[in-house]
Design a protein around this ligand. Structure first.
Ligand code: HDE
Length: 733
């Protein structure tokens, strides 16, 4: 009976996946209502229509004043419900946002796994991804320096599979028993709950010093990875080592990877801090807007696979979550892609109530003896009990799309009504039996051989903590290395205990002596004179963002087109049209939001004025150019000048067209003599600043090779002009 039920459920799920709506979205229909459509009126939660929802029931005198009555069931219900609206926020990763999407398998991985989702290329699997910061509370800012969560729930035909990953491939600790310590040390300090959503304080850095195993990870958190430009531009990593089991029962170790098609890009620290105040929801809105605009973010899904027999062939332990599997040793095999294409309908029931468990894997996928993963497998389910209650898997967002049948019962807020007189197995009706082992859609445990003694210890290779911290640092480009140095200097400067500075600078010497000495000098700490672990000088591939393959793209990049009365309409229209066609988001910005008159042609209404959005919120700025009025308006506007100056300082592509555009540019960044400026009909790129002389500005000409548009597009695709920093230009503005 169960077999049939399961089969029909699977067929149904399969049908729906292939149909107009995916199975998960179809399932939501039962629980969804639309308050803005239809003729509904307000009722109480128990269904009675209400005629007055503004006045509490009272006993009033002739002046219509008097005490409110406790008797009023409508008022009481409303207040009761409000009083209990909040649930505990996640103990970590409290702030996050997410979206729905799909997974498509491009190449079967049946040689290593029997999992349907990784072997059946005809399937499209619904999914939800929640991105998050780790340390801040629910209301903290998006752009803080922190690890980002990258948690994926695949609603597969064989049950839910969760990859609860991060945007950084390693972790601070090797054993789950240390997790409360690292999180206590990282979150706000216990005596005054300061600071919010930052690691720049004594306790965090004290912990890092006390745990050499954290060295590799803290180098990642001090790198640009911890200040991503967008959720859409982050890599995702499963971090822990899982296993894949194929239909012959053979097991491989695996790490999961997601690589963004939008490129891997970050903010700069000054910008991240400013956006924290200017637009605390920067990442949340960016994801929402991209999906609403149809610019669906995509990631390639890949696996790194190591046969069971090769487990001990590496100089690191492949079960140690503080280590990567360098891609020159174990290449990533890309087998699928994910796309996010639908925003949630309501934040709380979907994004807040989604609950992930590393222990949720489907047939063909298993765990390893990674001690961090083993502890995580316990923790996630446990935390959902206090956050959402024991029946959390019945919540619409968490329900699998395949049938669920078992003898678990009761508990708070139980929704399911199971008919029948038995709630145990075995029973006299043979109702609700276990699945057959031969059924490939059922989970069969891998018969792992285990023998040993019961002790608290780690393998010898777990005790080596510096090789990969050095490997990471060495593999970065000079600007990325410089950013780590600045980040460490910032963080340590916020620690007011000199012991913390001194110890940490000693620790940095274990990664790179030069780095340690430079940081020590900046924070005013004694400079280490020798390293106990001299830098081995080795590098590996794909750790640097600036050199990350395939990162140079422009879709969904936000370009501010600065206009003011007297702007050049032809130039504006050409650029706007061209960038829209390329999938970027050109946005007119003016001194005010009332329509702006060009020198000739129709007026344009800016989407932002210079105060409502700063250049920090855009990827690039173009001074469109125009007549004297355009030039005077913007050159004499301090905010406009600051806009361009700040964009230059943040290494963003800056364009200036014609005499007027160039004049404003010079007012903003004139102190930087090294930037070369175009003249006459030429177009020039210099330090990511693209200028077009007076005669180079005409419409069609702009699209040709060597024109403003093609030159600016190349600069834009590179994201930032880092040579401004390496050549010291940014310190001059
Ligand atoms: Fe988590 N982690 N974690 N973590 N984690 C949680 O589960 C935990 C770790 C990660 O968007 C909690 O539902 C332990 C590594 C993400 O809902 C909690 C250990 C990685 C999210 C928990 C780790 C993560 C969480 C809090 C050490 C990257 C947010 C709320 C062994 C691979 C998921 C919740 C979401 C959330 C425990 C370490 C990623 C308490 C014990 C390593 C993305 O259960």
């Amino acid at each position: 009976m169960t077999g049939e039920l399961l089969k029909s459920g699977l067929e149904k799920a399969e049908m729906m996946v292939g149909g107009e709506q995916n199975a998960k979205l179809a399932q939501f229909k039962v629980n969804t209502k639309d308050v803005t459509s239809g003729n509904g009126v307000i009722t109480s939660d128990y269904g009675v229509k209400q005629v007055n929802t503004d006045d509490w029931l009272k006993v009033v005198n002739e002046n219509h004043t008097g005490p409110a009555l406790l008797e009023d069931p409508f008022a009481r219900e409303k207040i009761h419900r409000f009083d209990h609206e909040r649930i505990p926020e996640r103990v970590v990763h409290a702030r996050g946002s997410g979206a729905f999407g799909t997974f498509r398998l491009l190449e079967s991985a049946q040689d290593v796994t029997s999992a349907g989702i990784l072997t059946d290329t005809s399937r499209e699997t619904p999914l939800f991804i929640r991105f998050s910061t780790v340390l801040g509370s629910r209301g903290s800012a998006d752009t803080v320096r922190d690890v980002r969560g990258f948690a994926v729930k695949f609603y597969t035909q064989e049950g839910n599979w969760d990859i609860v990953g991060n945007n950084i491939p390693v972790f601070f600790i090797q054993d789950a028993i240390k997790f409360p310590d690292v999180i206590h040390a990282g979150k706000a300090e216990p005596h005054n709950e300061v600071p919010q959503a930052q690691t720049a304080h004594n306790n965090f850095w004290d912990f890092q010093f006390m745990h050499t195993e954290a060295t590799h990870m803290f180098m990642w958190t001090q790198s640009d990875r911890a200040i991503p430009r967008s959720f859409r531009m982050m890599q995702g990593f499963g971090v822990n080592t899982y296993t894949l089991i194929n239909s012959e029962g053979k097991r491989h170790f695996v790490k999961f990877h997601f690589v963004p098609e939008q490129g891997v890009h970050s903010l700069v620290w000054d910008e991240a801090q400013k956006i924290g105040g200017q637009d605390p929801d920067f990442h949340r809105k960016d994801l929402w807007d991209a999906i609403e605009a149809g610019a669906y973010p995509k990631w390639r899904f890949g696996i790194q696979v190591i046969p069971e027999a090769n487990e001990h062939e590496f100089d690191f332990d492949i079960l140690d979550a503080t280590k990567i599997w360098p891609e020159d040793l174990v290449p990533v095999r890309f087998i699928g892609e994910i796309e996010l294409n639908r925003n949630p309908d309501e934040f709380f029931p979907q994004t807040e109530q989604i609950a992930f468990c590393t222990s949720h894997v489907v047939p063909g996928i298993g765990f390893s003896d990674d001690p961090l993963l083993q502890g995580r497998n316990f923790s996630y389910f446990d935390t959902q009990l206090s956050r959402l209650g024991v029946n959390w898997q019945e919540l619409p967002i968490n329900r699998p799309i395949c049938p669920v049948l078992n003898h678990n019962r009761d508990g708070q807020s139980r929704h399911t009504i199971t008919k029948g007189t038995v709630n145990y197995w075995p029973n006299r009706f043979s109702a609700g039996p276990p699945a057959e082992k031969s059924d490939p859609t059922s989970y069969v445990d891998y018969p792992q051989k285990v023998e040993g003694i019961k002790v608290r210890t780690k393998s010898a290779k777990f005790k080596e903590h510096f090789n990969q911290a050095q490997l990471f640092y060495n593999s970065l480009s000079p600007p990325e290395q410089a950013h780590i140095q600045s980040a460490l200097s910032f963080e340590l400067s916020h620690c007011d205990d000199p012991t913390v500075h001194e110890r940490l600078c000693q620790r940095l010497a274990d990664i790179d002596l030069g780095l340690a000495q430079r940081v020590a000098q900046t924070v005013g700490s004694p400079a280490p004179q020798k390293s106990n672990h001299p830098n081995h000088g080795k590098k590996t591939i794909h750790l640097s963002q600036t050199e990350f393959p395939g990162s140079n793209t422009i879709p969904a990049r936000k370009i501010a087109l600065l206009i003011a009365n007297g702007f050049d309409s032809t130039v504006y229209q050409t650029i706007e049209k061209a960038y829209k066609a390329l999938g970027a988001l050109p946005t007119p910005v003016g001194p005010v939001r009332t329509p702006i008159q060009p020198a000739s042609g129709s007026a344009v209404q800016p989407i932002h004025h210079l105060e409502s959005a700063r250049s920090t919120l855009f990827d690039a700025v173009i001074l469109i150019g125009g007549n004297e009025s355009y030039q005077a308006t913007l050159s004499n506007n301090g905010r406009a000048v600051h806009w361009v100056r700040e964009a230059f300082g943040h290494c963003k592509p800056v364009g200036a067209i014609g005499g007027a555009g160039i004049a404003i540019l010079k007012t903003a960044v004139g102190t930087v003599q090294q930037v070369q400026i175009a003249q006459g009909s030429s177009v020039l790129e210099s330090f990511g600043v693209v200028t077009a002389g007076e005669q180079a500005t005409l419409g069609d000409e702009m699209m040709k090779q060597g024109s403003f548009m093609t030159t600016f597009t190349q600069v834009l695709a590179k994201h930032r002009a880092w040579n401004r920093e390496t050549e010291g230009l940014t310190t001059m503005v």
